[in-house]
Design a protein around this ligand. Sequence first.
Ligand code: G6P
Length: 367
Amino acid sequence: EAAERGGFEHFMMKEIHEQPTAIKNTIGSLVSDKAIDLSKIELDDETIKNISNITIVACGSAWHVGMASQYVFEELSGIPVRVELASEFRYRGPILDKNTLVIVISQSGETADTLAALREAKERGVKTLAIVNVVGSSIAREADYVLYTLAGPEISVATTKAYSCQLVVTYLLALQFAFVRGKLEQKDYENYISEIERIPECIQKILDDKERIQWFASKIANSKDIFFIGRGIDYAIGLEGSLKMKEISYIHSEAYAAGELKHGTISLIEDGTLVIGILCQDNLYEKTISNMVECKSRGAFLMGLAPYGRYEIEDTADFVTYVPKMDKHFIGSLAVIPLQLLGYYVSVARGLDVDKPRNLAKSVTVE
Ligand code: G6P
């Protein structure tokens, strides 16, 4: 097993480091010469033009990909998007029409609830597209269209590289839908593709600086509660950061849309409670800072996560970590990396079984 871990202490760390390559391969499978090619999956332009709405269905981290990508789909393509937990979707009698596209996202392609949701959509005569990592899995076999993430086998229960590849596939899909539907000029389309192609090298830069996160993790490893706050895509990234933290460190953590804090959660802030503010959406930066200040005045210990250049956060936060600048639609792919590292290092500092956390399974094939 040590050999399989390729010199890393845990599969999770190995997989975190495989992200630049996994993402590069995934992009390479869909993009050539600054154009996205969906012809392999036979998703033709006519079908794309006719989509009236999208429902994204998934579980766990894959659902978080849906939560982040809804902003990208809606802003770029103008198609209304709804994101559903598969376990809810299947019992809700969802309203779908013949031009709804149901997108299911799953690493394993075997999650029982997601598979059932896919079957429900198919029975209702709706077109289905799956984003899957495991070739030949049930979801891959049954969906009308399949896009593969090329993350390779993921061993650690806490997903990292599959999540990141799923996110990138949703960006490419959103971009192609926008382009085919006449929402983007050729030049903007190509610029967005170039920006997505920068993701692997930017992630590598964050990984090269991981010791800073390790140091901070050792300071906060005994936290009782951790709150992740952000707005828009930053909120969706917070959901994933919070899940990483709780599943492998067993520290209670929650993600909140920053503006919702005042409607209840702020009463949980005590002296020293860690609040992590994600500040990667330029237009929401000041708003989230003001929510962080509200937490600080009630005793919170603050970590900020921002793009390089936005150094004002240092006046407010006790610890800050930066990610390279990137277009607001795609910067979530960078913001999630320090949060994966933080969950990992806290788990290690607490002496826990990082790769096999208690009570969890890599793939949940029962309801
Ligand atoms: C399990 C895993 C999660 C994963 C979820 C959905 O709970 O522990 O990491 O996000 O299932 O799995 P899927 O294979 O459908 O992506």
